[in-house]
Design a binder for this molecule. Structure first.
Ligand code: GDP
Ligand code: MG
Length: 322
């Protein structure tokens, strides 16, 4: 997983890197002429299903975090970089903060969310879904956010939905936050206002990430986790009801072939042979569909031609290793 470091840019204020390594001219100007740039880590926090991944995807304009109508699909802290002439934002999408610890997997997700928050965070974006009632889970998330001293933005998502609305239950939060912004992540409503607010609250600094080193702006192709999440999302999509959380995807190999095509070798792991045959389907029809959809999505995400070799394995213990 890509970890941003503040030391990426040198301390010198004259030419820091040759122009060829700077991703856009304004950024280059900002570095060379030392004009003020806003840079920092922004943590997206919120209950499962409030729209964190949707927001991240639509802010970045391409798919980075996975979204799903099922909660708890984000298991890792995905990081993505947003960059324009105002500066650079490193987004961290935390896994859902769960009210109940149901299995060995979610036991490990909770500490991860808190870990992401305790790392250096410059701005917290706390997302609520006004269409759902405030509950135990929400209170827990609020408790965690209260402990962070960074500036905070309250984002009320799903503004496109009028009813049901439990907006009044969240009203008290507004005075605890530096800003309150209503958005629709899905319909990209008010996302610019949100970006403005984030840049406003971020400290001045130099770029933390050399986006030119990423295969595609904002996406670190080295992160096999990211590619695996796309494969897992597609598997979920086709197997929706049958096996909610009994699967994971692992990418074993990513090779860039001549001509720029990516060869990706991956496995879907499941806990039981019974699930394995479901994933494979009659005559391999299901795995073929999953493969095809995943390959398309991987091609969009990487802007490259993708060859995907996808197999299915039974491993009753995979949950112990993630
Ligand atoms: P996460 O668990 O917080 O990452 O939530 P997701 O981004 O996966 O979104 C959960 C569900 O809410 C998905 O079905 C999204 O399509 C939906 N959703 C997200 N943002 C909006 C929004 O602004 N309006 C509406 N109507 N639905 C949204
Ligand atoms: Mg998510």
């Amino acid at each position: 997983m890509y970890l941003p470091h503040r030391q990426v840019a040198d301390e010198a204020t004259t030419v820091i890197r040759p122009p060829s390594t700077i991703s856009n001219s304004q950024l280059y100007q900002a570095i060379v002429y030392n004009t003020a740039m806003k840079v920092g880590v922004v943590c997206l926090v919120g209950r499962p299903n409030v729209g964190k991944s949707t927001l991240l995807n639509n802010l970045l304009g391409h798919k980075v975090a996975i979204t799903s109508p099922k909660p708890q699909t984000t298991r890792v802290n995905l990081e993505a970089v947003y960059e324009d002439d105002r500066g650079q934002i490193i987004f961290v999408d935390t896994p859902g903060i769960f009210g109940k610890v149901v299995d060995s997997l979610s036991k490990r997700i909770n500490p991860r969310a808190e870990e992401a928050l305790s790392r250096q965070v410059d701005v917290v974006v706390y997302i609520i879904d006004h269409t759902r009632e405030k509950d135990f889970e929400e209170n827990k998330a609020i408790g965690i956010v209260r402990k962070i001293s960074a500036p905070k933005i309250l984002v009320i998502n799903k503004s496109d939905v009028r009813t049901p609305s439990h907006r009044v239950q969240y009203r008290f939060l507004e005075e605890e936050f530096d800003r309150t912004i209503e958005i629709s992540a899905l319909h990209r409503k008010n996302l610019n206002t949100l970006l403005e607010a984030i840049f406003d609250l971020l400290p001045e600094g130099k770029p933390m990430v050399d986006t030119k080193a990423l295969v595609q702006p904002g996406l670190n192709i080295e992160s096999k986790t990211f590619l695996a999440e796309i494969i897992r999302e597609k598997a979920f999509l086709f197997l929706r009801r049958e096996l909610p959380y009994r699967i994971t995807a692992i990418v074993d190999e990513v090779v860039e072939r001549r001509g720029g095509a990516l060869y990706i070798k991956a496995r879907i792991l499941t806990t039981d042979d019974r699930y394995k045959s479901m994933i494979i389907g009659k005559g391999g029809s299901m795995i073929k569909e999953i493969s095809m959809a995943a390959r398309k999505e991987l091609e969009t995400a990487t802007s490259k031609k993708v060859f995907l070799e996808l197999t299915v394995e039974t491993d009753p213990h995979w949950m112990d290793f993630v």
